[in-house]
Design a protein around this ligand. Sequence first.
Ligand SMILES: CC(C)(COP(=O)(O)OP(=O)(O)OC[C@H]1O[C@@H](n2cnc3c(N)ncnc32)[C@H](O)[C@@H]1OP(=O)(O)O)[C@@H](O)C(=O)NCCC(=O)NCCS
Length: 188
Amino acid sequence: MIKGNKISFRPVQISDAEILCKWYNNGELMKHVGFNNGLNTSADKLSANIAKEVEDKDKNRSRRRFIVIENSTDMPIGEVSFGNLDLKNKSCDIGIKICVLDKQGMGYGYDALNTFLNYLFKTYNLHRIELDTLLENVRAQHLYEKVGFKRIGLKRDCWLDPQNCYRSAILMDILREEFIVKRIIRKN
Ligand SMILES: CC(C)(COP(=O)(O)OP(=O)(O)OC[C@H]1O[C@@H](n2cnc3c(N)ncnc32)[C@H](O)[C@@H]1OP(=O)(O)O)[C@@H](O)C(=O)NCCC(=O)NCCS
């Protein structure tokens, strides 16, 4: 368990399939990542998927998912994940969702992101972390800039969504030094 101030996170388990399925199928949540009607997936599919992840003991596996837990209640409230872990160039990309809608806007995303970045920079000795977010997702962009991410580009019409509409995304990244400096400034 990796502990932040308000949240903690732990690796995903097969028993999380039900709750992930409920979250991924919720259009109200998933519209912010481009799936207005949710993913329409099943707990069985997700179980099989998670089983592969859990069984893979390679500590340098290129992608992993973690469940975010609210410290005050021990309830799962979201997920953080990384992908494209590249140990040669010391980089990866990340994703974050606070999936319980009435737990959004309470500072959990900020704490989860800070704690996750700290974990990733330290555990894998990374130099750079990248993400992209839909152009319309200004709430997420605000959060990313608050922890120190910089806008580095606009990917125009990069994805054809399930409604057959082209969507654009903002590309952002943060370097290790920028994260460390932000953290020191914040503590003073
Ligand atoms: C984006 C997300 C991770 C943020 O987590 P959260 O716990 O809701 O966010 P926090 O409470 O930590 O912080 C929210 C910040 O956004 C600000 N905010 C809220 N709505 C906003 C809006 N429409 N525009 C700009 N900023 C907004 C808040 O004021 C707050 O900033 P502040 O602390 O400077 O006042 C979460 O809302 C979420 O999972 N949303 C759905 C999925 C998603 O969009 N994931 C990101 C995909 S790229």
